[in-house]
Design a protein around this ligand. Structure first.
Ligand code: ZN
Length: 144
């Protein structure tokens, strides 16, 4: 079966699927699962696409625990992946015309723009080592 995910996302999912083979999954409710492996446990919410390991929350790609929960519910794991991991979305993003800029020697630049001089910001940096010790404010100083 051809995955609708990108090759990199599909490879990552396959690696995570191999991790979830020995996990035990129990239902908390229709969308929440308790996933256990060797004394550790994680809570997966398939509706909110979260897991207590936070990998699912941050990657927006199901972690091994979420994949174990999805397998328990016979849910297609691609529905748990963010759209930006899907080939169709990437193809759509680049489907419109891309205007090439060309070499800078071929650019037509109006003279008023060409003659502008852009200077560096007028900021002086102090010489020597940067200060490392904290300077306390008046309210933080110890009273005498
Ligand atoms: Zn997880």
């Amino acid at each position: 079966m051809r995955s609708q995910l990108t090759n990199a996302a599909h490879a990552e999912i396959l690696e995570r699927i191999s991790e979830c083979n020995h996990m035990t999954v129990s239902h908390v409710d229709w969308n929440i699962f308790l996933v256990k492996l060797q004394g550790d446990q994680w809570t997966v919410n398939l509706l909110e696409k979260t897991c207590t390991c936070k990998v699912f929350d941050l990657d927006h790609l199901p972690c091994a625990h979420a994949l174990a929960a999805a397998r328990e519910r016979n849910l297609d794991y691609t529905s748990l992946c963010a759209d930006y991991y899907k080939e169709e979305v990437i193809v759509d993003a680049y489907s419109t015309s891309i205007m090439l800029v060309g070499h800078p020697h071929t650019w037509v630049i109006p003279p008023d723009i060409r003659n502008r001089v852009v200077l560096t910001p007028d900021i002086r940096t102090q010489t020597g080592r940067s200060r490392r010790s904290l300077i306390l404010s008046v309210s933080e100083r110890p009273s005498r």
